[in-house]
Design a protein around this ligand. Structure first.
Ligand code: FES
Ligand code: FES
Length: 498
């Protein structure tokens, strides 16, 4: 049986959501339909965290995950449990984060406060049974980097977080944990295909959610015009000025719930001998970061610069690749590691090197009946250096102005296997093959990199066409690239000194 609606739980109550309500951002549904106005909307584009809510999914039991409600559609939360600020504490029984924010005067206008309280509460709840409960062990600036405040300054917020952690340790972190009855019910709903339609004078928007990868591919085979929706952290921002309910005839196919796209496992080694990590296209940034802390620390570090925690809990690896943005955080890294993507159709599958898959500005070589299902990421050998750099206006929660990935090794004081890729220097992320060739076989000295930086500028003048925009002028981007390259090896050497 196919369902024409989705079901989600909000603060313990189940809601069957039909039609236009199901295709609006969760923030709009909470505020306008359920009148839960504690969820604030400031930017509406996933940048500030004012709309933070917590989500529990039946797959990850016992954890509350902070997400931005303004860029998450209601239909994406089919079978999930949403906790808003109204579901946390009461006027007479505040949770530790609420008490500490009030006691430390960490709120003025209060617009960011519900989001901050929920982000703090999620960290305290999720770490309650681990050694990191120790108040000092929690990296609060990172944990709260997805929540912006324009009134108080951040010290009071950080003080409140530290105090809340101490109080929570002493007990009293009373936020609800969805029970197994909810979980069974949620799993039952998630196993039901959804096909809902929103009709308006302008046309019909159809949203389909299949329970399995096989059914999704079958649907795509007969509906090649469907727009594939992953985490939607980019897609939803694009739609902000174009409400879904009034879109012309369109067809959205949800994929980020598919269990088959959530795996991270070691694959067969690459022909070059590199170990390969097979990453499902639906894997979230936060899940990959956790794995990479041990398997590929430079990648884990750069993932820490992707949005804030709310974005990293929602955005998918596949989405970052498919948008093919010139400043997509992952692409330079994939290019230098000769990654391959796996494209799957109902009746066939193929592997394509990433350099051939990205073919232009936000354009990829995907056939209409194919779904990106995985990326095969080669991991650097022990004797290889991998440096990933992202320059942005803000350290956290911002997108790149220039991104650089460099891989090389040194053999008898000579540079070998040099690979360099840049983002933000033209319509798409690219390898700097001329510069790579110029460095190959050169003495492993800082001077070699300096010469290469000059050469890269020659290439930049002739072949790279960075744009001037709000993130930086073209000339600034060229200068940034020159400096990053010139100091690549020196920076790496400096970091090796204990
Ligand atoms: Fe700013 Fe949602 S309102 S992230
Ligand atoms: Fe006003 Fe944070 S208290 S934005």
């Amino acid at each position: 049986m196919v369902s024409d609606h989705v079901v989600l739980w909000v603060n313990g109550t189940a809601h069957a959501v039909h039609g236009a309500d199901a295709v609006q951002p969760l923030s709009a549904f909470l505020r306008s339909t359920l009148h839960l106005t504690g969820t604030k909307v400031a930017c509406g584009t996933g940048d500030c965290g004012a709309c933070t809510v917590l989500v529990a999914s039946p797959q990850v039991h016992g954890q509350w995950t902070p997400i931005n409600a303004c860029i998450r559609y209601v239909f994406q939360l089919h079978g999930c449990h949403v906790l808003t600020i109204e579901g946390v504490g009461t006027a007479t029984a505040l949770v530790p984060a609420q008490r500490a924010v009030a006691a430390r005067h960490a709120s003025q206008c209060g617009f960011c406060t519900p989001g901050i309280v929920l982000s703090m509460t999620a960290v305290l709840h999720n770490s309650a049974n681990t050694a990191s409960t120790a108040a000092k062990a929690i990296d609060w600036p990172t944990a709260l980097s997805g929540n912006l405040c324009r009134c108080t300054g951040y010290q009071a917020v950080l003080d409140a977080a530290t105090e809340a952690a101490t109080t929570a340790q002493a007990g009293g972190l009373a936020i609800p944990v969805p029970d197994s009855a909810w979980r069974d019910e949620a799993i039952r709903h998630a196993a039901t295909p959804v096909d809902l339609r929103v009709c308006s004078p302008e046309g019909t928007l159809r949203v389909v959610r299949c329970p399995s990868l096989a059914e999704t591919l079958k649907h795509l085979q007969t509906n090649p015009d469907a727009v594939i929706i992953g985490g939607a952290t980019d897609f939803a921002v694009e739609q902000t000025d174009r409400p879904a309910s009034v879109a012309r005839d369109r067809h959205w196919l949800a994929t980020d719930h598919l269990a088959e796209l959530q795996m991270i496992r070691e694959g067969a080694p690459h022909a070059s001998g590199h170990r390969v990590l097979e990453i499902g296209a639906g894997v979230r940034w936060s899940a990959l970061q956790e794995v990479c802390i041990h398997t590929c620390p430079p990648l884990a570090e750069i993932i820490g610069r992707v949005g804030g925690p709310q974005i990293r809990h929602a955005g998918t690896i596949g989405g970052n690749i498919m948008t093919a943005s010139p400043i997509a955080d992952l692409l330079p890294m994939l290019l230098v590691m000769n990654a391959e993507v796996v494209l799957t159709a109902a009746d066939a599958s193929r592997r394509v090197p990433i350099a051939q898959f990205i073919i232009g500005y936000r354009t990829v070589d995907r056939r209409l009946n194919e779904l990106l299902t995985a990326v095969l990421l080669s991991l650097p050998h022990d004797d290889e250096v991998l440096r990933l750099t992202k320059v942005s206006r803000r350290h956290d929660g911002d997108i790149a102005t220039v991104a650089l990935a460099v891989r090389w090794r040194e053999e008898q004081e000579t540079l070998r296997d040099v690979a360099i890729a840049v983002g933000g220097m033209g319509p798409m992320a690219v390898r700097l093959t001329h510069t790579e060739q110029a460095l190959e076989g050169q003495p492993a000295t800082d001077a070699s990199w300096s010469v290469a930086a000059s050469q890269a500028m020659d290439v930049a003048r002739d072949a790279l066409h960075p744009r001037s925009d709000v993130r930086g002028a073209a000339a600034y981007r060229r200068e940034v690239l020159r400096n990053l390259l010139a100091f690549t090896r020196a920076d790496q050497q400096a970091e090796r000194v204990p």
